[in-house]
Design a protein around this ligand. Structure first.
Ligand code: ACO
Length: 338
């Protein structure tokens, strides 16, 4: 009996979309009791981009996806699965943002679905894309992280409004027979006992839309910032150490460590714990803030566009978010260099 060749998932292209409008720390100083100095020192964030009132998560996701598809040079007809990670979907529950993005891109008769894993969403999707491709079910999976986080932020709450931004990033993950292009490993996990660390209480079946929801602002994101911070440093460090050890790769041999961009102090603490050199660690939080599921693909796009990420180079992704969820991935960039 002839054996078919193994097929691998490979990361073939990247794209991103950043909305035009900028919300600077100086702008926030006029809105809440905060200072540019406090925000910079505690988070490393200088500014974040916000979508226009009539610009939605699906618009940003579709724009990022179109760039990723065009860069790969395939047609939308070749995409056979559309996955979107978001906690700020166009609509509560249905239709999914992935369905709307598919329609905006002219992708028809193809499976499309959203997942909710907060900031870990994009890396979660990589594990799903890998499984679909390596099982032989799909060939070109469009993977999108897109957020209009400003739609769930209370701009009178200084503990959260300084942190978040809007944007989208997308990748095409394709089937490849080349072993050197394959995802080396993806690890995704969760612990729901910390669900109250990061929560948007409404709308949902616990708190359906009501006057109470509006009066108490239950539709806005709530975060136990300090507790989340400590757990983020601990979990991200442990997760990266595990994936590196399991695959017998040393941290100094990683050219691009791309952590979730939530807070520069978290990134620095994890980088230091792993003994990473400054040039290995990708930092974009200063200009985008925390864009949740879009943060990692936006960061990958940044280093691709600047020419820093080249074909064949290894990426180590590491993320942490509401749920609580966390995930890491070790994979080469298998697309064209810029
Ligand atoms: N400006 C000025 N002072 C502030 C501000 C502000 N914007 N925000 C809080 N403070 C004050 C607090 O009121 C507090 O004052 P007090 O000491 O008088 O009570 C003081 O600053 C310290 O507050 P902390 O919350 O302890 O500040 P911390 O150093 O922890 O920084 C921050 C807060 C930036 C939110 C940090 O905790 C953090 O980044 N947390 C993790 C975020 C994260 O990783 N999230 C996960 C992913 S997000 C997702 O999944 C969607």
């Amino acid at each position: 009996m002839s054996q078919s060749k193994p097929v691998y998932a490979s990361f073939k292209s990247i794209g991103a979309y950043v909305p035009e409008k900028i919300l600077s720390n100086a702008d926030l100083e006029k809105m809440v009791d905060t200072t540019d100095e406090w925000i910079l020192k505690r988070t490393g964030i200088k500014e974040r981009h916000l979508a226009a009132d009539d610009e939605y998560t699906s618009d940003m996701g579709a724009k990022a996806a179109k760039i990723a598809i065009d860069r790969l040079g395939i047609s939308t007809e070749e995409i056979d699965l559309v996955l979107c990670a978001t906690v700020t979907p166009d609509y509560f529950n249905m239709p999914s943002t992935a369905c709307i993005i598919s329609d905006k891109l002219g992708i028809k008769n193809v499976q499309a679905l959203d997942i909710s894993a907060a900031c870990s969403g994009f890396v979660y999707l990589l594990s799903i894309a890998k499984a679909f491709i390596e099982s032989g079910m799909k060939k070109n999976v469009l993977v999108i992280g897109a957020e209009k986080f400003s739609s769930i932020v209370d701009y009178t709450d200084r503990s959260t409004c300084i942190l978040f931004g809007d944007g989208a990033g997308a990748a095409v993950i394709s089937a490849s027979e080349l072993e050197e292009e394959k995802f080396i490993d993806v690890h995704a996990s969760a612990d729901g006992s910390y669900a109250d660390f990061l929560v948007t209480p409404a709308p949902g079946c616990i708190n359906p839309v009501s006057q109470k929801v509006l009066d108490e602002g239950l539709n806005f994101v709530q975060m136990k910032g300090n507790e989340t911070f400590k757990l983020a440093v601990k979990t991200l460090t442990k997760d990266v150490k595990e994936i590196l050890a399991k695959n017998e790769i040393k941290s100094e041999d990683i050219p691009h460590f791309i952590p979730h961009q939530a807070n520069y102090r978290i990134i620095k603490a994890v980088g230091d714990a792993l003994k990473m050199r400054e040039e290995q660690v990708v930092v974009t939080v200063g200009k985008y803030g925390n864009t949740s599921a879009a943060s990692i693909p936006m960061a990958i796009n940044d280093i691709w566009e600047s020419g820093r990420l080249q074909n064949g180079e290894l990426m180590l992704l590491d993320t942490f978010g509401g749920g609580l969820t966390w995930a890491s991935a070790l994979l080469p960039f298998a697309g064209k260099s810029k």
